[in-house]
Design a protein around this ligand. Structure first.
Ligand SMILES: C[S@@+](CC[C@H](N)C(=O)[O-])C[C@H]1O[C@@H](n2cnc3c(N)ncnc32)[C@H](O)[C@@H]1O
Length: 268
C-alpha cells in the first residue's frame, strides 16, 4: 500500500480521536510563557480597543489540548476565550488542566462551525491547516465567524522551514509526506488573499519548543508529531535509532530544542 515509503494519506491521517494520541500530544513541545507572550503581544496589537470593554471574544479553533487556549484565557481576562476542536478526546485532555475553567470548550469542525456569524474579534489557528483537505473552506469559515475588522491569526510550521528540522532530517521519508500537505508561508498568505482578508502579514521566528534533546527524542518515540504516524514502521525505527545516537552525542545542541514557527495574519 505504499510508494517510496509514503503511505496512502487518507489511511494514515493521525487520529486525534484516539485517546492514546490525545494523551501523548503534549510531549510535542513546551509552550513556555515566552512563547505565549510573543503571540499575545501580537494579539494585543491586533485586537480592537473596544473589545477590551468586556464584549471581546477570542476563538482558538483546533485548540487540541489547550496548550495556547488556557494561557490566552489568563492573559486576556476581559475576553471570552473559546477553545474548539473536532476531537472530544483532545478537549478532554485540555479540560483536565489548571485554568481550563476559564475557557469555553466546544466540539467543532473548522470547516463547518456552529458559531454565529460575526461573533469573534480574533480567530487563532495553530498547526491545523495541514490536516485539512481544503484549507480554503477552513479559512472561509473562520472569516464568517469573525466580526468585521476581526483578525485571523494562523500559526504553523511552513514547509520551507520545517524541512531542516530534526524529524525531517532523521526521518527523511517525512519530507515527501509533508510536501503534499504542509503549506509554505506564501501559500497561507495567498489563501488569506483569496478570501479577501486585508493587511496580510507574516513573520517567522525560531522558538525554543523543547527543554532538551532527550525531550525531543521522547516526543519522537511517542510519535507526538503527526507525520511520524504517516511513514512506514521500519523507516520510523531506523530514524529513531539515528536520532537517538545524535541526541546521545550532542545532548545540548540548540537545534534539538528549537523549531521554526510562522505566523500569518489578516483582517476581515
Ligand atoms: C497538531 S494539533 C494542534 C493543536 C493545537 N492547536 C496546538 O497548537 O497545540 C491539530 C488539532 O487540530 C484538530 N483538528 C483536526 N481536524 C480538525 C477540524 N476539521 N476541525 C477542528 N479541529 C480539527 C485535531 O483534533 C488536533 O487537536
Amino acid at each position: 500500500m505504499s510508494t517510496h515509503g509514503v503511505l496512502n494519506m487518507p489511511e494514515l491521517r493521525v487520529d486525534y480521536m484516539c485517546p492514546q494520541v490525545a494523551a501523548g500530544f503534549d510531549l510535542r513541545g513546551v509552550v513556555s510563557p515566552d512563547r505565549v507572550e510573543r503571540l499575545a503581544g501580537l494579539m494585543e496589537e491586533l485586537l480592537p480597543r473596544q473589545a477590551y470593554l468586556g464584549t471581546g471574544k477570542i476563538l482558538d479553533i483546533g485548540c487540541g489540548t489547550g496548550r495556547f487556549t488556557i494561557p490566552f484565557a489568563s492573559r486576556f481576562p476581559n475576553f471570552t476565550v473559546v477553545g474548539a476542536d473536532k476531537s472530544s478526546n483532545m478537549l478532554e485532555q485540555a479540560q483536565q488542566k489548571h485554568g481550563a475553567e476559564r475557557v469555553l470548550w466546544s466540539v467543532q469542525d473548522i470547516c463547518n462551525q456552529d458559531f454565529d456569524s460575526a461573533s469573534f474579534d480574533l480567530v487563532f489557528v495553530s498547526d491545523l491547516l495541514h490536516h485539512i483537505a481544503n484549507p480554503l473552506d477552513a479559512i472561509r469559515e473562520c472569516k464568517r465567524v469573525l466580526r468585521p475588522g476581526g483578525w485571523l491569526l494562523c500559526k504553523y510550521g511552513a514547509m520551507e522551514n520545517i524541512a531542516q528540522d530534526p524529524e525531517h532530517v532523521f526521518f527523511p521519508e517525512t519530507v515527501a509526506v509533508d510536501a503534499k500537505r504542509t503549506p509554505t508561508q506564501k501559500q497561507v498568505g495567498d489563501w488569506l488573499e483569496l478570501e479577501n482578508f486585508r493587511y496580510i502579514n507574516s513573520r517567522t521566528l525560531r522558538e525554543q519548543t523543547r527543554i532538551s534533546g532527550a525531550d525531543r527524542l521522547a516526543a519522537a518515540r511517542a510519535k507526538s508529531i503527526s507525520v511520524l504516524h504517516m511513514i512506514e514502521q521500519d523507516h520510523f525505527d531506523k530514524g529513531l535509532e539515528a536520532l537517538g545516537l545524535y541526541v546521545e552525542q550532542n545532548p545540548n545542541d540548540p537545534w534539538l530544542q528549537e523549531d521554526p514557527t510562522t505566523w500569518t495574519w489578516g483582517q476581515r
